[in-house]
Every structure is written in structure tokens, then in C-alpha cells.
Design a protein around this ligand. Structure first.
Ligand SMILES: [Zn+2]
Length: 102
């Protein structure tokens, strides 16, 4: 387990975890319940964190996150199963796991 990033935004942390999981990289979300205590304990320890399960996939994880922040050219697509929208680089739905339909 390795701390990949911490962010003041739980939404951002959850998004990063979703992006990683969608790419097949296992990640854990931590400190999702501590946000209310911010100010009482140091930020680094209270901010939502994304932890990498497989340490050796860190470089790959950052590649995936950077790709998500700078979407590949191409149309976004909607999941045929649940209707969730995805950027072009994703091959399957992060929400329900359904593969992208051609
Ligand atoms: Zn879906």
C-alpha cells in the first residue's frame, strides 16, 4: 500500500479512485470521514487520501490520472447499461463495469 495523493476535496479523491479502478488499478479511499475534523489535526493526516494497493503500479497510476485530466481526443460515450458518461480513453464503465459498445 502506498499513499498516492491527498486532496482537500472528497469528490476529487473519489473521482481519482474511480478513474484508477476503471483502468484496473486497485485503489483505496481513506479519511472520508475525517473532513469534519479539519483544523483540529494536520491537513496531511485529515485530508481525503487515495492509496495505491499495488505499490509498483504508481507510474501507471499517474499516467491514468494525467490522461483523465487531459482527455484523449474523441467523443465522450454513454454506457449502454447505466447511462453514465465517460471520456474517450475508457474502455469500460466505471460505474457498472459494462464494456464500451462500438
Ligand atoms: Zn454503466
Amino acid at each position: 500500500m502506498k499513499l498516492l495523493l491527498s486532496t482537500p476535496s472528497l469528490v476529487h479523491a473519489a473521482h481519482c479512485q474511480n478513474v484508477l479502478e476503471a483502468a484496473g488499478i486497485r485503489a483505496d479511499l481513506r479519511n472520508t470521514w475525517l473532513a469534519g475534523a479539519m483544523g483540529d489535526i494536520p491537513f496531511r493526516e485529515s485530508a481525503p487520501q487515495v492509496w495505491l494497493i499495488d505499490d509498483e503500479r504508481e507510474a501507471e497510476a499517474w499516467e491514468v490520472l494525467h490522461a483523465a485530466a487531459n482527455p484523449a481526443p474523441g467523443p465522450r460515450w454513454a454506457c449502454a447499461s447505466c447511462g453514465e458518461w465517460h471520456d474517450a480513453q475508457f474502455g469500460s464503465c466505471w460505474q457498472c463495469g459494462a464494456p464500451r459498445q462500438p
